[in-house]
Design a protein around this ligand. Structure first.
Ligand code: SAM
Length: 656
């Protein structure tokens, strides 16, 4: 292989002879080693005039099209350029050899990281890469002399036009997949633009808020009409026989570059979901540097587990004693706690940082108050006395907080809002260095935040509507943010919570009909390009759930899924266990995008009224990045059954 000769031949045959006249473009393409931008093993094809696969279902653009777009953007040595759709990084690299600085945005974290490494290896220091939705441009770096979009949009995104400097050029493919036209838009005045048509092209879709959203009325990938949704599922399903197999855990290597991986569950009582989440978490921790687990549980209860797995004194005698106890007092979860403990012992021996376990929810007021006061008792007894006084306001409601909202409407009781928010503010202004006890400080500040959020939650809950739900999920998202801040830039988090918190609410009736937002949506919005949302679902089997709030856990049969549901389609695909990747399979995404029912079983399951109480209209491939399927599932094993047979419930989870 003589790659330098191949490169010269490519420029001669595919660039100059096909009409590219700009000598600076030809020169730049002779300099940039295109073979470094293709996957290993494909170097010999790098100089053919064809797009090549670069993983994540994406392509490196054909050399001629890269040359054409750069020529038409009329680059000068002093120009600042934005490229949307970094992909392999090749086009940005070529542009960087002509212009002063190139900013480039890519929605796939893995591709962005890879491109960044390639630029570093080549010593191209004038390129900045960002992970995110480039249909919104790069506001902080605007205005640009040129913007090149390497993926096709339905219309010209308004933010991109706005981010052009006066005289700036935007080159962008526009239109439905089979009728894309390459356009050049030139800014001729504050509100004036000229548009030229540069001919027909074929690019992968620009997927983003100001581009294709897959429900866009013009989005019609050919495959959508050819295969039924169940066939699409069967064709793209990545099957596995057991969650303990490498075949299963390796499926999750594709999320290695995410900062937050959120793992859902379609019930709160299915053993397979716990096993799967434990296996995925172990793999991401062992192989990909994840170090935090955050779950849908209250801070103080999770803090007791965190201390247990770190080998410290328990902070609470019996965590998770509140309904629904089985969500964490179950054998499947305890197995994972044991693994965390063993992993931390191993880490201690090699002086590595421990993996941490935290709670995102806001219900346990009593223990939260205790955590704040315990900490202040240790560092500042005077401040502890003030905190006792302030939290005293909540004491009539601690055991039954749902009555708080109504009670403070009468004159007999005063609101605790000022007291708890003042306490929270004061604690947050204390310095972390005040004591050596970093974890005590974290426990105290998170507990104070919990109490401030819980006070508001119970106050607004009385009025019904979406406000209380939204407050709870916003609180969880803020906790995710605080934890990532606290644990530093290398922290990578795995979240375990119900599908209703994890599946992006914007693509479910929760947003349209109930104005609800949720944790998955907020993580996507706050950690653009660094969040992966993975749902779990099932067709039938057994589940552990109660019939009413505060009721006993019962093993219940799950009705087979309704015919209008996504679950039914998955069942029809005829495979026992599989994984669907909506990001890598655009045909699957397009085929499933139209709304259907999805089943949500919480701590309560009422099979008799299932259609109304447990199903909701959603768009599955927009709610999640991936979906994990277990056709038939089994109920969790609650610990108290064992305990009734002779064990000691008082020892959970610290006993043998
Ligand atoms: N310029 C690239 C090169 O030289 O290899 C090829 C780009 S490829 C044809 C299109 C890229 O656009 C894909 O990597 C895709 O992930 C990315 N993309 C699609 N929608 C995007 C968006 N909204 N923001 C950023 N990147 C996006």
């Amino acid at each position: 292989m003589n790659l330098v000769r191949d490169r010269d031949r490519m420029v001669e045959q595919h660039i100059i002879r096909r009409g590219i006249q700009d000598k600076t473009v030809a020169r730049a393409m002779r300099i940039v080693p295109r073979e470094m931008f293709v996957d290993p093993g494909f170097e010999e094809f790098a100089y053919e005039d064809a797009p090549l696969s670069i993983g994540q279902g994406q392509t490196i653009s054909q050399p001629f099209i890269v040359a054409l777009m750069i020529e038409k953007s009329d680059l000068d040595a002093g120009d600042k350029v934005l490229e949307v759709g970094t992909g392999s990084g090749y086009a940005a690299a070529v542009a960087s050899r002509i212009a002063r600085h190139v900013y480039t945005v890519e929605r796939h974290g893995a591709l962005a990281h890879q491109a960044r490494e390639r630029f570093a290896r080549l010593g191209y220091g004038n390129i900045d890469v960002r992970i995110g939705d480039g249909s919104k441009g790069w506001l902080k770096a605007a205005p640009f002399d040129a913007i090149i979009v390497s993926a096709g949009a339905p219309e010209v995104p308004p933010s991109l036009k706005e981010q052009l400097d006066l005289g700036g050029r935007l080159i962008i493919p526009v239109g439905p997949n089979d009728e894309q036209r390459l356009k050049r838009i030139t800014r001729t005045g504050a509100d004036a633009f000229e548009e030229e048509d540069l001919g027909g092209v074929f690019f992968v879709p620009l997927i983003g808020e100001d581009a294709w959203t897959a429900t866009h009325p013009l989005y019609t990938p050919a495959a959508r009409t050819e295969r039924t949704p169940a066939q699409l599922i069967a064709d793209t399903a990545e099957t596995f026989s057991s969650v303990d197999d490498e075949n299963f855990t390796r499926l999750f290597d594709r999320f290695a570059d995410s900062r937050i991986v959120l793992l859902g569950e379609s019930t709160h009582g299915t053993a397979e979901f716990y096993h799967a989440r434990a296996a995925i978490s172990r793999h991401l921790i062992e192989r990909h540097g994840f170090n935090l687990i955050a779950v849908e549980a209250d801070w103080p209860d999770a803090a007791a587990i965190d201390r247990l797995v770190a080998g410290r004194e328990p902070s609470q005698a019996r965590p998770f004693g509140r309904f629904p106890t089985w969500m964490w007092q179950n054998e499947e979860f305890i197995g994972f706690v044991r693994w965390m403990r063993a992993e931390n012992i191993r880490r201690q021996a090699s002086r590595a940082d421990a993996i941490r376990f935290h709670g995102l929810d806001l219900y346990n007021m009593t223990e939260s108050i205790r955590m704040v006061i315990d900490y202040l008792d240790r560092v500042s007894p005077d401040a502890a006395a003030v905190a006792r006084e302030r939290y005293g306001c909540l004491s009539p409601w601690q055991t039954n907080p749902v009555t708080y909202g109504r009670a403070i409407l009468t004159d007999a009781f005063q609101s605790c809002e000022d007291a708890v928010s003042q306490q929270c503010k004061e604690l947050l202004t204390r310095s972390l260095g005040e004591s050596e006890d970093n974890d005590g400080f974290l426990d105290a500040t998170q507990s104070a935040r919990l109490l401030a959020a819980a006070e508001r939650y119970y106050r607004i809950m009385y009025y019904g509507g979406s406000k209380a739900w939204n407050l709870r999920d916003t609180y969880m998202a803020e906790t995710v943010e605080h934890l990532l801040d606290f644990h530093g830039p290398n922290a990578k988090m795995i979240v375990w919570a119900h599908n209703s918190h994890i599946g992006d609410a914007r693509f479910a009736d929760m947003a349209a009909a109930r104005d609800e937002i949720n944790l998955g949506q907020l993580c996507r919005q706050r950690f653009d390009g660094m969040t992966s949302l993975i749902g779990c679902g099932t067709h039938s089997g057994e589940v552990l759930a109660a019939s009413e709030w505060d009721g006993q856990a019962e093993k219940k049969r799950i009705n087979p899924a309704l015919a209008e549901s996504y679950e039914y389609l998955c069942h029809q695909a005829g495979k026992e266990r599989f994984f669907l990747d909506f990001d890598r399979n655009q045909d699957l995404r397009a085929g499933l995008v139209d709304q259907r029912l999805q089943r949500f079983i919480g701590v309560i399951y009422r099979p008799e009224t299932e259609r109304v109480s447990h199903y909701m209209l959603t768009s599955l491939p927009q709610q999640y990045d991936a979906f994990l399927w277990f056709d038939e599932t089994h109920a969790l094993t609650p610990l108290y059954r064992q305990q009734a047979a002779g064990g000691n419930p008082e020892t959970f989870p610290f006993g043998p």
